[in-house]
Ligand binder design. Structure first.
Ligand code: ZN
Length: 468
């Protein structure tokens, strides 16, 4: 099911056939639509529409174009409207230097006031920015400084705070800035621009920012995706945008929408929370979640946090038996690979892993093991010979070539575990068909050195994965 996080159904372009547009959306698989307000009357209309239609939710706010009409009384009424149960955000708000319909100082003042409303109400924001990205981020950063608890969950277990503060809709910036916003607790959404022949930076952003941090939107009635470009846009076009992002991400439409829908759940509190899973499909492979236990405690890992991967919930409260996993796999030939992965370390459950892998191989499937490379320490023997014939590919987290940094990143004794991981990799290269070693994309980690180490010294394939 699709969620359109940004459609102006209250716009007069839909006055003649609003109900038909909604039923076309439903037929296209769109189950939730968020209608942001652009000024006070439009925000009222958004709330009324949400009241009439279970599938519609509202955001209330004053668009930068309308900022000059935002008196204190108007802003007070926006805050009052935000108490309606179907209002899920303050929006759309922001800065627009392209048209400058309202003087910039007024835009700033009204944006700041509405960020304050959002913080006070602990609601997320839907942000509009055009030719004003730096100033918009500065304004948002300032409001976070004033209200650090705004939409933040303090994670006392993992020591990391998780925040979901809003979305930059029709995001106009580059990849690096997008990641910066993600770090500030924001989602990115790109609308139909990604489908255009000349998408500018949008295609780069769609391809590079993990799909976990992207939402889907049409921005109807504007920015219709190809092949409807130039016509009135409507929520039923969401699948076209999802398909393009899926192409760019080398994932399936299901993966994109599942991840985006989880973002909607986390940000706006609507839709369903996913239940925990023992197996989970990604692209054309099936991933096996044998355990959430791990011998390491990596600083970049969300194992003790939400433990969500592309909308799949991996936070299992018990571990599956081999029989349960085998039953869920069904026919392994339906999948490109059966991958032992998850947030835990699969070799902690070596016997179950081997049972499932053997069954998979006996039934014509391919297998891969994603591991921290500590399986031999965990099991107190060299486990590589036991994997021969059962595991086709192994992917080892290298993380860093410096034992001290390795230990710091994984929060374990680097002097002991780094050489053990390297030893595991050397054994694996000798015995298994394919060995990949990965590092996280962190500035502190020396990528060139890691690549030389993996390709030159170990003889494995080098790969890099994003930090977030
Ligand atoms: Zn809009």
């Amino acid at each position: 099911m699709f969620i359109d996080t940004h459609a102006h159904l209250t716009s007069r372009e839909f006055d003649a056939d609003r109900e038909t547009v909604l039923s076309r959306a439903r037929e296209a698989g769109v189950e939730i639509i968020i209608n942001p307000g652009t000024e006070l009357a439009d925000s009222r209309r958004a709330v009324e529409l949400a009241d009439r239609h279970p599938m519609v939710y509202a955001a209330v706010g004053i668009h930068p174009h309308e900022a000059r009409h935002a008196t204190p009384a108007v802003l007070q009424e926006i805050e009052e409207l935000s108490r309606h149960p179907k209002v899920v955000a303050i929006g759309e708000i922001g800065l627009d230097y392209h048209y400058d319909f309202s003087p910039r100082p007024v835009q700033h003042e009204v944006f700041a006031a509405q960020l304050e409303i959002a913080a006070r109400r602990n609601l997320p924001v839907i942000v509009h920015t055009r030719e004003s990205l730096d100033d918009t981020i500065a304004a948002v950063a300032l409001s976070i400084e004033h209200s650090p608890d705004w939409r933040t969950v303090r994670d006392t277990v993992n020591g990391r705070n998780s925040s979901a503060r809003g979305v930059f809709h029709c995001y106009p910036g580059d990849v690096a800035t997008a990641w910066r916003l993600v770090g500030m607790g924001f989602y990115i959404s790109l609308a139909g621009i990604v489908t255009f022949k000349n998408p500018g930076a949008a295609a780069d952003v769609a391809a590079s920012v993990s799909t976990e941090h992207q939402l889907l939107e049409t921005d109807s009635p504007y920015l219709a995706p190809v092949p409807h470009r130039g016509k009135r846009n409507e929520p039923a076009n969401i699948p076209l945008i999802a398909a393009r992002i899926a192409d760019l991400q080398h994932l399936n439409v299901e993966d994109i929408t599942r991840a985006a829908n989880y973002g909607v759940y986390r940000l706006f509190g609507i839709g369903d929370a996913p239940g925990p899973r023992f197996t989970y499909p990604l692209k054309n492979s099936l991933y096996i979640n044998l355990t959430i236990r791990c011998n390491a405690d990596c600083i970049f890992c969300d194992r003790k946090g939400e433990a969500i991967v592309k909308g799949h919930n991996l936070k299992i409260d018990r571990e599956p038996s081999a029989e349960e996993v085998i039953a869920e796999i069904g026919d392994p030939q339906r999948y490109n690979e059966i991958v032992f992965c998850g947030y835990g370390e699969p070799t902690i459950r070596l016997d179950v892993l081997k049972q499932v892998a053997r069954w998979t191989k006996d039934n014509g499937g391919r297998t891969r093991l994603n591991t921290d490379g500590h399986g031999s320490i965990i099991n107190k023997r060299n486990i590589v010979p036991e994997l021969v014939g059962l595991i086709d590919a192994v992917s080892i987290s290298l993380n860093s070539t410096d034992p001290a940094q390795y230990g710091a990143l994984m929060r374990l004794d680097g002097a002991r575990f780094f050489p053990a991981m390297v030893e595991f990799a050397r054994e694996a290269v000798k015995a298994l068909p394919r060995v990949v070693m990965t590092i996280v994309d962190l500035q502190e980690v020396d990528e060139d050195r890691a690549r030389r180490f993996v390709e030159g010294e170990i003889g494995a394939v080098f790969s890099k994965r994003p930090f977030f």
